[in-house]
Design a protein around this ligand. Structure first.
Ligand code: AMP
Length: 210
């Protein structure tokens, strides 16, 4: 199954992606993680993306479309994949269509802006594997250390409060119209984000079976 996860930054896409990944044994492809990795490795693409990312703006469509086009050719995508953070604009969705990629479901995780702001400012991510945590709601077993790979947990630069507002505005203007795009194709599934992660997970699994 080819799945898109929609939702504002901090809505819990990464966490739900991990659930689906385990449930269906298909890989998660996160453009944010790919760009952060490129930045860590000092590649040209990473350096180009840095200023956009740090200020909470979207990286130009042609850059992320190129990343996805290359990544989807990997063998591990043969039986399906989960896209986390792509597409984020209508031209990106149209690019997927042009590549001949058929999307089965677009699952949108819906969370109010105020909740997002508090979540993102408390979010920590593993600098090695990208797994998300939260200082209050989703703590690792050992403080500051990733449960999966023992990497160090850090706060992303774009999770500072001033940048969060810009990211939410961009989400509403550029990304939210994708809900209509996939609704028109009969592929949209709405998951209302719950206070408890496991409750959201139950709704996501229901959407997969629908
Ligand atoms: P994320 O980890 O998904 O929140 O992405 C972090 C940042 O990476 C975003 O704020 C953008 O600057 C950039 N980015 C990731 N995915 C995309 C995308 N599909 N289109 C444009 N920029 C993106």
């Amino acid at each position: 199954m080819n799945i898109i996860l929609l939702g504002a930054p901090g809505a819990g896409k990464g966490t739900q992606a991990a659930v689906i990944c385990e449930h269906l044994s298909i890989p998660t492809i996160s453009t944010g993680n790919i760009i952060r990795e490129a930045l860590k490795n000092g590649t040209e693409m990473g350096l180009k993306a840095k200023s956009f990312m740090d200020s909470g703006k979207l990286v130009p469509d042609e850059v992320v479309i190129g990343i996805i086009e290359e990544r989807l050719q990997n063998d591990d995508c043969k039986n399906g994949f989960i896209l986390d953070g792509f597409p984020r604009t209508i031209p990106q969705a149209e690019a997927l269509d042009k590549m001949g990629i058929v999307i089965d479901k677009a699952i949108s995780i819906e969370v109010a802006d105020e909740v997002i702001a508090s979540r993102l400012s408390g979010r920590r991510v593993c600098e090695k594997c990208g797994r998300p945590y939260h200082v209050v709601d989703l703590k690792p077993k050992v403080d500051g250390v990733c449960d999966d790979c023992a990497g160090t947990l850090v706060q992303r630069k774009d999770d500072h409060i001033d940048t969060i507002k810009a990211r939410l505005e961009i989400y509403h203007n550029e990304t939210e119209p994708l809900k209509d795009y996939y609704q028109a194709q009969g592929k949209l599934f709405i998951v209302e984000g719950q206070d408890k992660v496991e409750d959201t997970t139950a709704l996501t699994l229901k959407a997969l079976e629908a």
